[in-house]
Design a protein around this ligand. Structure first.
Ligand code: ATP
Length: 326
């Protein structure tokens, strides 16, 4: 094993429910295995400006149930420059941090990969993002909780949609990925999901109308991924107003309520397993890997694969949604 005495942890990019459970698991598993742990505040920004404190087991007490991240999170332009990363490296040397665990999404792991290569530092990533868009892992921390939040919100909107006989476009997060929209639609019994993955293949709105939606129903709910490609829920509503003016359309943008809240049992367990696995990976001499989960087994995915490859949606789910919305 590389000579690691002290492990630094940070959370970066968008917050996701379950990040705290991951921080707790990394901290406790590291201490259990004889490492010193340092908590780095505000992601890479805090690594540059040295916002770092030693973490003991009680620093992570009573946080497993909290959404957000006690380490705070930030986006750092400076870390995207070689000069910024040089300062970050200096801080690591000053603080005696030998290895890093980075909890975040696509961008955060891209930064981790570049930093690890430039300075030959052992870095392990944990996928923390509600978007579920990282390749090599069946799911990411925060995704299940966000899906449940979406389901509960759509259940409420359905009451109004049904009472007023309206067509609702509900916008959910997922700039480049339709996982939340597609699975959220199935979980909430919505009529359709409009997602970026199949944007260039079919006109999803036209298909929806041509499939005769609403003929046998008095209301319809369609989940739209926030992607620029789809134009989001507002874009869809504009189109309906112009092209199908017979429909009474409404738009709801769920926004940041999707990120918040106490993590689900699934996310807490996933985060706990991944956090402990990150320390196992360091002890196993793994570097530049993301912890993933495949068929309920922990796996190590090289950063390059996790970031560069596009995670495909399961097309069977699209079909299931179509069948169930007749
Ligand atoms: P989410 O998926 O929730 O948006 P994310 O981790 O993808 O999370 P980003 O804003 O893309 O969020 O990235 C977070 C931070 O990671 C950036 O502010 C930057 O500091 C760092 N980062 C991203 N891309 C790079 C890069 N190419 N080089 C160096 N650092 C990067």
């Amino acid at each position: 094993m590389a000579d690691i005495k002290c492990v630094g942890i940070l959370t970066s990019g968008g917050d996701a429910p379950g990040m705290n459970a991951a921080i707790r698991a990394v901290t406790r598993s590291a201490i259990y295995n004889g490492f010193q742990v340092k908590g780095i505040y505000r992601g890479y920004k805090g690594l540059i400006s040295n916002e770092i404190i030693e973490f003991r087991t009680n620093n992570v007490s009573n946080i497993i149930q909290q959404g957000g991240t006690i380490l705070k999170t930030a986006r750092s332009q400076e870390f995207m420059t070689p000069e910024g990363r040089q300062i970050a490296h200096k801080t690591m040397l000053q603080e005696g941090i030998d290895a890093l665990v980075v909890i975040g999404g696509d961008g955060s792991l891209t930064g981790a990969r570049i930093f690890a290569q430039e300075y030959d530092i052992p870095v392990v990533g944990i996928p923390g993002t509600i978007d579920n868009d990282l390749f090599g892992t069946d799911t990411t921390i925060g995704y299940d909780t966000a899906l449940n939040t979406i389901m509960q919100a759509v259940d409420k909107i359905r009451d109004t949609a049904t009472s007023h006989e309206r067509l609702f476009f509900i916008e959910v997060m997922g700039r480049d990925a339709g996982f939340l929209a597609l699975n959220g639609a199935i979980a909430s019994g919505s009529e359709a999901a409009i997602i970026p993955e199949i944007f260039t293949e079919v006109d999803q709105l036209e298909e929806l109308i041509n499939n005769g939606f609403r003929k046998s129903k008095n209301s319809s709910i369609v989940l739209v991924a926030e992607s620029e490609l789809t134009g989001g829920a507002m874009g869809m509503a504009e189109r309906v107003k112009k092209e199908y003016p017979q429909y009474d359309v409404r738009v709801t943008i769920l926004g940041h309520i999707q990120r918040g809240g106490s993590p689900s049992a699934y996310d807490r367990i996933l985060a706990s397993r991944m956090g402990a696995a990150a320390i196992d990976a360091l002890m196993d001499d793994q570097r530049n890997v993301m912890i993933g989960i495949q068929n309920d087994q922990i796996v190590y995915i090289p950063f390059v694969k996790a970031i560069k490859n596009h995670k495909p949606i399961n097309r069977d789910l699209l079909n299931t949604l179509r069948i169930l919305s007749i």
